[in-house]
Ligand binder design. Structure first.
Ligand code: ZN
Length: 352
């Protein structure tokens, strides 16, 4: 089978359904299946390998890494998401494979898939560890935080912009939406963005009634879901609507005690309101950015479930750059849970 012939075929993708039982840890299975023969190649049906297994190992120990999200072209699989169906076809030939696991560098390489390939093993390099004694200090950094998604319509456009600009963001995802489009959460993560927890329900009436137990339970439910999607449950969270006006005395310490870091914001684009236009988003961002005093980091609030972000985002990125900030994302690398930043809150030493 030559490369051209192979390209005429397609690859349908399945995941390893019996991941746990069959012990196929660290692998995603891609099934190669010929399409109806193309006219030019009609006649002789050439066999393709039945499956292509992508294995993920740690580069330094060669130990298999399990539950790692992997992108093969535009298909977003997980090596450990048992039973997750991945619909659609892949085009054989050159394909970009991406994988990411906590404490490892993102793997991204183009591979040529051809007949006879049964396995592809990719090795993720461990990131060099920051010594524990070194305080985590964020100075003059900007964090784009994007809440409420993923949205089938707007999240892909937002991801395209971030990719084009070479800028990471932090997506505070809502569980019930992530359950509908886990591929978009995987894509955001595999493209170098951070994933945060914005509760499963995002239902104010349910989350802020009675004790903080409803809120922490909703974080926990979303965390379990996210663990299935990206391989771990993020501890960075954002309460819907923020803590101010929603948290009552004692709530913050309960949330922190449950192991979560609360990430609020100090720059809002105002797009929580459905009436805010993209130009108003940009103006709002400029106003709040102008109020920050260096080296206070900018934590910018936006939403990817409505259209204005698509026009506003490149302009906000340009404004943040103009002010000399370095872009970063909010990851679980923070040493201890705690409140990060919020309206009318002082910066915490060693964090922000
Ligand atoms: Zn929200």
């Amino acid at each position: 089978m030559n490369a051209a012939g192979l390209r005429a075929k397609s690859i349908a993708v399945i995941v390893c359904l019996a991941f746990a039982a069959a012990g196929c840890g660290g692998r995603a299975t891609v099934r190669l299946r010929p399409k109806a023969p193309a006219k030019a190649a009609a006649g002789k049906k050439k066999a393709l390998p039945a499956t292509l297994t992508i294995s993920v190992v740690d580069a330094s120990t060669s130990e298999p890494l399990t539950n790692v999200p992997v992108a093969a072209g535009k298909r977003y699989l997980s090596t450990g998401a048992a039973g997750m169906a991945v619909p659609g076809n892949l085009t054989a030939g050159d394909i970009t494979i991406t994988a990411r696991a906590p404490q490892h560098s993102i793997y991204r390489q183009s591979r040529h898939l051809q007949a006879g390939d049964n396995t592809v093993t990719i090795a993720l390099s461990p990131e060099s560890e920051t010594p524990d004694s070194e305080p985590v200090v964020f100075r003059h950094k900007a964090y784009l935080t994007i809440d409420d998604g993923p949205s089938a319509t707007w999240t892909p456009e937002v991801l395209d912009i971030l990719k084009r600009e070479g800028v990471p963001a932090t997506f505070f995802v809502v569980g019930w939406r992530a359950a509908e489009r886990p591929d978009l959460v995987r894509r955001a993560y595999l493209e170098g963005n951070a994933i945060g927890n914005h509760t499963y329900s995002h239902d104010y009436g349910q989350l802020y009634r009675g004790s903080p137990r409803n809120l922490t339970a909703s974080f926990a439910r979303n965390g379990l879901l996210l663990k299935n999607i990206i391989g771990y449950a993020p501890t960075v969270t954002r309460p819907p609507g923020g803590a101010a006006g929603n948290f009552r005395p004692g709530w913050q310490s309960r949330v922190t005690g449950a192991g979560y870091t609360t990430v609020l914001w100090n720059v809002t684009t105002g797009d929580g309101s459905t009436r805010t236009t993209s130009s108003q988003m940009v103006e709002n961002a400029k106003t709040y950015l102008a109020r920050l005093k260096s080296p206070e980091p900018a934590v910018i609030l936006m939403h990817d479930i409505r259209p204005p972000i698509v026009k506003a985002l490149p302009k906000i990125i340009a404004e943040v750059r103009r002010r000399g900030y370095e872009f970063s994302s909010v990851t679980d690398d923070l040493r201890e849970p705690g409140v990060i930043i919020g309206p009318r809150r002082k910066l915490l030493p060693g964090r922000f």
